[in-house]
Design a protein around this ligand. Structure first.
Ligand SMILES: NC(=O)c1ccc[n+]([C@@H]2O[C@H](COP(=O)([O-])OP(=O)(O)OC[C@H]3O[C@@H](n4cnc5c(N)ncnc54)[C@H](OP(=O)(O)O)[C@@H]3O)[C@@H](O)[C@H]2O)c1
Length: 338
């Protein structure tokens, strides 16, 4: 294949920076890398392989031609620029919420529904799912494929980095202020300060009192797993962890479930690390490219009920790595790089 021209929009954010790092060590041959951000970041230097790249202002670039454009700058930027890059022939891999539920846009987790991309043999827009959704469906898939599931109940424990660079800053600055007894900085981008706190709101509420994150978890899981009637309900919570999302997942099956069978199903799943002893915690996971599952247990009060504890790096598994794997899949399928 020929070397690709790649653009990363939002390259100075936490997802864009992670993607640049992962691309650097990936086998993807790169001819030209364009790093794009707002005008505030124009001129910043980023080392990529043996070269120095200068960050350019998205608003000031003229020629949009590129093989693939990764959008990591939020929904408003994606809505404006995604169709423009696609119109110039790019494969657009969008990390935002802008196109995920568009029936014409594939929502892809390469380990689960690669055919959503291969059914679509030309460039255009492909959506990368929400971070909490990716780690959840990576673990749900082997279970709901082999066993009839009645309902799923999830509680998330989501890290500050899910709120981007500002989210990490809010956690650190808020924590420092509390420790020093000085006045706390604004809570934004969170609704309530995260320092020494947990906040049961990720995204805006709808009229039923469900947050946007909780809605995404349901709708995106249904689309990726191709299970439109999947019964899944959740409470999404922000916790004072810098990086790495955790989820307590309760599945209720139609019939009693055997623990050994669940272990077998999870152990066979590529990229899922099963903890027979101990359990994963977000600060200490050693392989950030995997989804980590521990505390697997049948509910002693209900043999049809199963609990799981699921931890993953939201910036890698939940965003940049999934996006990069979509690009690699597109190369294999000869959608780009021909
Ligand atoms: N963080 C996560 O765990 C995660 C997981 C899955 C998906 N996502 C999604 O990934 C996207 C990026 O999130 P993030 O957490 O990386 O955010 P972030 O750290 O706040 O970074 C935002 C990036 O967007 C750029 N940007 C903002 N407005 C722009 C504009 N008008 N034109 C050009 N560039 C602009 C920023 O550039 P400047 O530095 O110049 O301001 C920065 O590079 C979002 O859509 C988010 O929902 C995030």
């Amino acid at each position: 294949m020929r070397a690709l021209n790649i653009s990363i929009v939002g390259a100075t954010g936490v997802v864009g920076a992670e993607l640049t790092r992962l691309l650097e060590v990936s086998p993807i041959p790169v001819n030209r890398l364009r790093l794009l951000a707002s005008r505030n970041s124009a001129g910043r230097q980023v080392k990529f392989r043996d070269e120095i790249c200068f960050v350019e202002a998205l608003d000031d670039i003229g020629n949009l031609e590129t093989d693939s454009a990764f959008l990591c700058a939020g929904s408003a930027v994606s809505l404006e620029w995604g169709p423009r890059f696609a119109a110039q022939g790019a494969l657009v891999i969008d990390n935002s919420n802008a196109f995920r539920m568009d029936p014409d846009v594939p929502l892809v987790v390469p380990q689960i529904n690669p055919s959503a991309l291969s059914d679509r043999p030309r460039p255009g827009i492909v959506a990368n799912p929400n971070c909490s959704t990716i780690q959840l469906v990576r673990v749900l898939r082997p279970l709901v494929t082999a066993l009839d599931v009645d309902q799923i109940i999830v509680t998330t424990y989501q890290a500050a980095s899910g709120g981007g660079r500002r989210g990490i800053g809010q956690l650190w600055n808020g924590t420092r202020a509390v420790l020093e007894g000085s006045s706390e900085p604004p809570a934004a981008p969170f609704p309530v300060s995260l320092a020494f706190n947990v906040v049961p709101q990720v995204g805006e509420f709808d009229l039923a009192g469900v947050t946007l994150e909780e809605l995404k978890l349901l709708q995106e899981s249904r689309k990726i797993l191709a299970m439109p009637d999947l019964r899944l309900t959740s409470t999404c919570v922000r916790v004072p962890v810098e990086n790495g999302h955790s989820e307590a997942v309760y599945l209720e099956f139609e019939k009693p479930v055997r623990l050994e069978h669940v272990h077998e199903l999870l152990a066979q799943e590529a990229g899922v690390q099963l903890y027979a002893e101990g359990y994963p915690t977000p600060r200490f996971i050693t392989n950030p490219a995997d989804v980590h599952v521990g505390r697997v247990r049948v509910n002693p009060e209900n043999p049809r009920g199963l609990w799981l504890w699921v931890v993953a790096d939201n910036l890698q598994v939940g965003a940049a790595l999934n996006a990069l794997l979509i690009a690699q899949l597109a190369i294999v399928n000869r959608v780009i790089g021909k």
